[in-house]
Design a protein around this ligand. Structure first.
Ligand code: HMG
Ligand code: MG
Length: 297
C-alpha cells in the first residue's frame, strides 16, 4: 500500500504564467478558492517575478491580498530575487519557492544569469526568509533535459539539490520543465538524488508534454517520493523554455492515486468543476483526460 501523498497544486502560478490572455485578478482568486474548496492543501498562488518578463503574474500582490485564506491551506509564492521577496513579504506570506535552473542554457533564458550566479541570488533570498521565519521550498528545473543544452547529468541535479538544502529549503521539487523524461531517466535521476537526501524531502514536478507524466510519477513513487506537483486542467509551461507545455493535470493525478488506494481527501467532482471554470475562461478544452472523460458525462 502507498501511504498518503501530498499534492502541491501549481495551476494558479505555473498553469497561468504561460497564458497570453491576461487573467484578471478576480478569476485567479476564484480559481484558488475553488481549489481550496475541493480539498487541495498546497496551492502555489502567485509569483513575484519581473513584470517585464512575465506580465501575466504582475498582479501577485493583489492576488495574495484578495484570497480568502482557509485554515490549514498553504499558499506559497514563487520568488526570483530580493526585490520580489520584499514585495511578497508585504502580503503576509508563509512560504516561498526559489527556482535555480539545472542547466546553463535555461538559466540564461529564464533568469538572465548563470546557474552559479542564480544560486548566489537565491541564497540571499533564502537567508532572509529563514531569518523572517518563512518556509523555503526549492525547485530545480530542466532535471531531465534542457531545450537549449540537451540531456543533463543527474550528478549536476543532485549537486544543486544539495545546495538548496544547505540554504535551508525544507523540500526540493525536481522539475521536468519540458516533459522529456521517461520512467527510465527518472529512475537514473532518483538513484543519484537519493544518494544526497531522503525521499521525504523531495517532490516531483512533471510537465506532461510527451505524455509521460503519470508513468514518470509511478517510477518516482517506487523510490518513496511522497509529494507531487500538478496543475489544474493540465495547464502550465514556462514562457522561457521553448516547447514547454502543461503540467501533469491534478484531476488525472487524483484519479491515479485513487486507483493506488491513496486517500487524497480531494473531492474529484469539485476539482473537475474548478478545471472547467478556468478552461472555460481561457476558452480552450481542458488538457486533463479525466476531466474530459468524467466532465462530459
Ligand atoms: P533582469 O532583467 O536581468 O533583472 O531579470 P533586472 O534586475 O535588470 O530587472 C529588470 C527590470 O525588472 C527592472 O525594472 C527591475 O526593477 C524589474 P526597470 O528598472 O527596467 O524598470 N524587476 C522586478 N520587478 C518586480 N519584481 C521583481 C523584479 N525583479 C526585477 N521581482 C529576473 C532577472 C530574475 C528578474 C528575470 O529574469 C525574471 O523575472 N525571471 C523569471 C522568469 C519566470 O518567471 N519564469 C517562469 C517561472 S520558472 C518555471 O516555470 C519552472 C518551474 O515551474 C519548475 C519546472 O517546471 O521545472 C518553477
Ligand atoms: Mg513548471
Amino acid at each position: 500500500t502507498v501511504p498518503e501523498i501530498r499534492i502541491y497544486e501549481v495551476g494558479p502560478r505555473d498553469g497561468l504564467q504561460n497564458e497570453s490572455k491576461f487573467v484578471p485578478t478576480e478569476i485567479k482568486t476564484e480559481l484558488i478558492h475553488k481549489l481550496a474548496n475541493a480539498g487541495i492543501k498546497n496551492i502555489e498562488s502567485a509569483s513575484f517575478v519581473s513584470p517585464k518578463w512575465v506580465k501575466q503574474m504582475s498582479d501577485g500582490s493583489e492576488v495574495m491580498k484578495s484570497i480568502k485564506r482557509v485554515q490549514g491551506v498553504n499558499y506559497p509564492v514563487l520568488i526570483p530575487n530580493l526585490k520580489g521577496y520584499e514585495t511578497a513579504k508585504g502580503c503576509n506570506i508563509e512560504e516561498i519557492a526559489i527556482f535555480p535552473a539545472g542547466s546553463e542554457g535555461f538559466s540564461q533564458k529564464n533568469l538572465n544569469c548563470s546557474v552559479e550566479e542564480g544560486l548566489k541570488r537565491f541564497k540571499l533570498v533564502a537567508d532572509q526568509a529563514v531569518k523572517d521565519g518563512i518556509r523555503v521550498r526549492g525547485y530545480v528545473s530542466c532535471i531531465l533535459g534542457c531545450p537549449y543544452d540537451g540531456p543533463i547529468s543527474p550528478k549536476a541535479i543532485a549537486k544543486i539539490t544539495e545546495e538548496l538544502f544547505a540554504m535551508g529549503c525544507y523540500e526540493v521539487s525536481l522539475g521536468d520543465t519540458i516533459g522529456v523524461g521517461t520512467a527510465g531517466s527518472v529512475r537514473k535521476l532518483m538513484r543519484e538524488v537519493l544518494s544526497v537526501t531522503t525521499p521525504d524531502n523531495i517532490a516531483l514536478h512533471f510537465h506532461d508534454t510527451y505524455g509521460q507524466g503519470l508513468s514518470n510519477l509511478l517510477a518516482g513513487l517506487e523510490f518513496g517520493i511522497r509529494t507531487v506537483d500538478s496543475s489544474i486542467s493540465g495547464l502550465g509551461g514556462c514562457p522561457y523554455a521553448r516547447g514547454a507545455s502543461g503540467n501533469l493535470a491534478t484531476e488525472d493525478l487524483v484519479y491515479f492515486l485513487y486507483g493506488l488506494g491513496v486517500n487524497t481527501n480531494v473531492d474529484l467532482v469539485k476539482l473537475i468543476e474548478a478545471g472547467r471554470y478556468i478552461s472555460n475562461f481561457l476558452a480552450k478544452p481542458t488538457e486533463s483526460r479525466v476531466n474530459r472523460a468524467i466532465g462530459d458525462k
